[in-house]
Design a protein around this ligand. Structure first.
Ligand code: ADP
Ligand code: MG
Length: 350
């Protein structure tokens, strides 16, 4: 069993709280993404798990055991970095075999394991190449093979696809997930890219300013963000601010908005989030008394498969997303009505 757990981990650099009382369980065999903006503490948390950063408070546990005093090379954890960090003068074989050589594995055993790793990352026959003779994607596969060859309990990946162009990154995302599944390893993946987090992970933890914002399955967080930050960082959201009056949210300029779940107390401020794809757009309001805002098309962003409308309303700029199923595309300046159901209206914290 290889479960990693962080308990109340805090790390400061001078005045900066890189990690502020972070508690998280990384379940066995799962792909777990740490998602947050640049400088939010993701790398610090990963390095604390790896043993390169010593938390000043809190514990890191591996299979239930505190590993605070276990040096990095004894933690049996594999790591892949953004900048590959391959040894440039060494062949692919020697790069991958490095961890085995250090451990005194026999040459024959090493050869067999490296061979298996190269099959796994789909680079068979590349043993004698030097890193500079490989593309960026291939180098990153070698780095992955090198991290996995010692059969670590946990695989840590710090923005490993960040240096690749978009197309290659998407290919590598799918491949990385396949490899992780095939090996069945517990993986912790750092990214600032929400799409990447959604594509790859079984679980996501959103981090901001060293604090844990929300943790859950991708769809759970997406459909149920707890805060304005979570709603906006994982996906796109229309945010409406109002006050609770008679059991609904009164939004000045938009009329009453009914929401799912519990509201703050009567008379208090309330904030709700609505995903753009949950919004229906029409030229006229429907007969049902659902949540609605009237506005004007400010921009229609056509992407081929879909159109994202940016709409000017009395409560600011809002968004509506529509699959391109062949309907007419609204023109700039056209009057429209946005409507959505209370079920898709989530109360969030400011
Ligand atoms: P992320 O990986 O999310 O971009 P980091 O964990 O690298 O964020 O950094 C979190 C915060 O800690 C940032 O404000 C960063 O400047 C600071 N920090 C990280 N490492 C160091 C260090 N070695 N010395 C001083 N400050 C650091
Ligand atoms: Mg980082």
């Amino acid at each position: 069993m290889s479960v990693v757990e962080a308990r109340h981990v805090t790390k400061r650099y001078g005045e900066v709280r890189a990690l502020d009382d972070v508690s998280l369980v990384f379940p066995e065999g799962r792909f777990f993404a740490l998602l947050g903006p640049s400088g939010s503490g993701k790398t610090t948390l990963l390095r604390a798990v790896a043993g390169f950063v010593e938390p000043e408070a809190g514990e890191i546990l591996l299979d239930g055991e505190d590993i605070a005093h276990t040096p990095a090379h004894r933690r049996n954890i594999g790591m892949v970095f953004q900048n590959y960090a391959l040894f440039p003068h060494m062949s692919v074989f020697d790069n991958i075999a490095f961890g085995l050589t250090v451990r005194g594995t026999s040459r024959a055993d090493a050869r067999e394991r490296v061979h298996r790793m190269l099959e796994l990352v789909r680079l068979p026959g590349m043993e004698q190449r030097k890193p500079r003779q490989l593309s960026g994607g291939q180098q990153q596969r070698v780095a992955l093979a090198r991290a996995l060859v010692t059969e670590p309990k946990v695989l840590l990946l710090d923005e490993p696809l960040g240096a690749l162009d978009k197309r290659l990154r998407q290919e590598m995302q799918i491949e990385l997930k396949q490899i992780q599944r095939a090996v069945g390893i517990t993986a912790i993946f750092v990214t600032h890219d929400q799409e990447e987090a959604l594509t790859l992970s079984d679980q996501i933890a959103i981090i901001n300013e060293g604090k844990l914002v929300q943790v859950g399955a991708p769809n759970e967080i997406y459909e149920n963000p707890h805060s304005v930050f979570a709603a906006g960082f994982l996906g796109d959201a229309n945010i409406l601010r109002g006050r609770v009056e008679n059991g609904i949210v009164a939004v000045e300029g938009a009329g009453p908005v009914a929401a799912r779940g519990a509201l703050p107390p009567e008379g208090s401020p309330a904030v709700v989030a609505v995903r753009p794809e949950k919004v229906r757009l029409s030229a006229e309001a429907s007969a049902e008394g659902v949540n609605r805002i009237a506005g004007r098309i400010f921009q229609a962003v056509f992407s081929g498969t879909s159109v994202t409308y940016i709409i000017e309303t009395a409560v600011g700029t809002q968004r509506a997303f529509r699959q391109n199923a062949g309907e007419r595309i609204y023109g700039v300046g056209e009057a429209v009505v946005m409507e959505w159901s209370p079920e898709h209206t989530v109360v969030v914290e400011e």
